[in-house]
Design a protein around this ligand. Sequence first.
Ligand SMILES: [Cu+2]
Length: 289
Amino acid sequence: MSVVSRLTAFGLLLALVFAGAAFAGSRIDVHPGKPSIEQTAARGMGAMDADANAHGERMAPQAVRGLAVSDNGLTLELERRTAPQGKRFALAFRIVDRRGATVRDFDVEHTKRMHFIVVRRDMTGFQHLHPTENADGTWSLPVALPDAGSYRVFADFSVGEKPYTLADDLTVDGDVRSQALPAPAGAVVVDGLRVSLTEGAAVAGRESELAFTVTRAGKPVAIQSYLGAKGHLVALRRGDLAFLHVHPDEHRLQFMATFPTAGRYRLFLQFKTADGRLHTAAFTQEVTR
Ligand SMILES: [Cu+2]
């Protein structure tokens, strides 16, 4: 082969290589490929990300959390997933990233870096706790569960201004007496206080206002600040215990919540009276289509 024809062959080869690369490039652009399992899971959870889906459902962004032990690269690792009945025990956990490294840079949300919710699957035995962060990045807290059953635990926190609610199950062996969800009621009595709920119609996918009043013997009761607001509210969906993010009002016992679907929800309202005592009032909320 002459030098010229060799160079020509080389040029052709180069051209082919470039054409191939360009073709591959265009293939990548046109077909973004299959999303990773993680992305698919995140999309599934955030079916609420779209304004409306094929079924015409109205959805608010990130309305539902607490269905997964792992989300958006972070995982809740419980040290133990069984607990003794009626005995105080130390519950420990950590949050790890994709490489298994312990996460430590939590944001302060509602005056705390970590919120921990424990509730039995039938939505009784609700506890909202604040664990202690240890030097090695693990979190620990004393917990007592008087009743046997399957419990759901939620680690509620924020990292890099991204909110997370990771959940796992904790089992207490023993005879379980499950309770039916109470019917919706406009008022409940807790610790001698009457707590009333006034809301506009709670419609799936629309922001609803949930306002509470507290009275004792018919007279209004003074409420002091708790976790940087007048009160704290956790809403859980019956069936899967999906955890709803609720926005409190700083000055009133009032919250804005978007219920993602119709059905029944359990609301756990917590507030502090002037004497420093913390009270928890639970309501069943009916949400319509
Ligand atoms: Cu908390």
